[in-house]
Write a protein that binds this ligand. Structure first.
Ligand SMILES: NC(=O)c1ccc[n+]([C@@H]2O[C@H](COP(=O)([O-])OP(=O)(O)OC[C@H]3O[C@@H](n4cnc5c(N)ncnc54)[C@H](OP(=O)(O)O)[C@@H]3O)[C@@H](O)[C@H]2O)c1
Length: 202
């Protein structure tokens, strides 16, 4: 792999649009997850062009590599193995880490991949507001040696109800933080949608 490389943890679900956009901008994107990305543009990058059905995992991998995206099978429950799988596909240290990782795995996974990052690589940590304690507020960045933009995904109010952010809204919000990260802006907290429980704390 060559060019700027982004490691995107949790980038095959709600944040697939974020991974897609990074690919569109010419980034090499490494996507560790338990299952391959599903249909869509990131899936296209990872599994081949529309209408082309990869004949084998090897073929899928080589198509993905040719198009700048590389999916690797990995589980947050085994952080060292995840880091090793990522290391195998990186030609050079990663220039950006985007991490949408469940709080119970966040620290061990981010610490495991830290040695794979360029020394000045920024980090974008994405949090779900419902998982943030109202007593303790937003956790500190896991990798303080890397400038970290924090994103908190909230909810959207409509009428008397609420809904999740759409996948697009979440990806657009995370991409705004990625832009700040890549531009070398000071670490900050980005709120996407409404956040009730802990907003007063930051
Ligand atoms: N505030 C909000 O708006 C908000 C917040 C949370 C959720 N939601 C909604 O709820 C839906 C489901 O949420 P979700 O939390 O499942 O997020 P998601 O972004 O849809 O999927 C989670 C991502 O993390 C990966 N992942 C999960 N467990 C993993 C593991 N053990 N090891 C490696 N990778 C892992 C998944 O890939 P694999 O499963 O293939 O491993 C996927 O890439 C979302 O699609 C969204 O619609 C909304």
């Amino acid at each position: 792999m060559s060019g700027r490389t982004a490691l995107v943890l949790g980038g095959t679900g709600m944040l697939k649009g974020c991974a897609d956009e990074l690919l569109a901008q010419g980034w090499q994107v490494v996507l560790p997850s338990r299952r391959p990305p599903r249909a869509g543009t990131a899936a296209r990058a990872a599994l081949g062009r529309p209408g082309q059905v990869p004949q084998s995992r090897t073929e899928a991998d080589s198509q993905a590599a040719a198009e700048g995206g590389r999916w690797v099978r990995a589980d947050w429950a085994r952080p060292d193995e995840l880091a090793e799988r990522v290391r195998e596909v990186l030609a050079a240290p990663a220039d950006l880490l985007v991490a949408w990782v469940h709080p119970s795995y966040r620290e061990p996974v981010l610490r495991a991949v830290a040695p794979l990052l360029a020394p000045d690589a920024p980090v974008v940590e994405v949090h779900d507001s419902s998982g943030i304690s109202s007593r303790h507020g937003l956790p500190d960045p896991v990798l303080p040696g890397h400038p970290t933009q924090q994103v908190v995904l909230g909810i959207v109010r409509h009428g008397r109800g609420t809904r999740w952010l759409s996948h697009e809204e979440a990806s657009v919000g995370v991409l705004a933080a990625v832009r700040r990260a890549v531009e070398g802006k000071a670490p900050s907290v980005h709120q996407v949608g409404d956040v009730d429980t802990w907003a007063a704390r930051f």
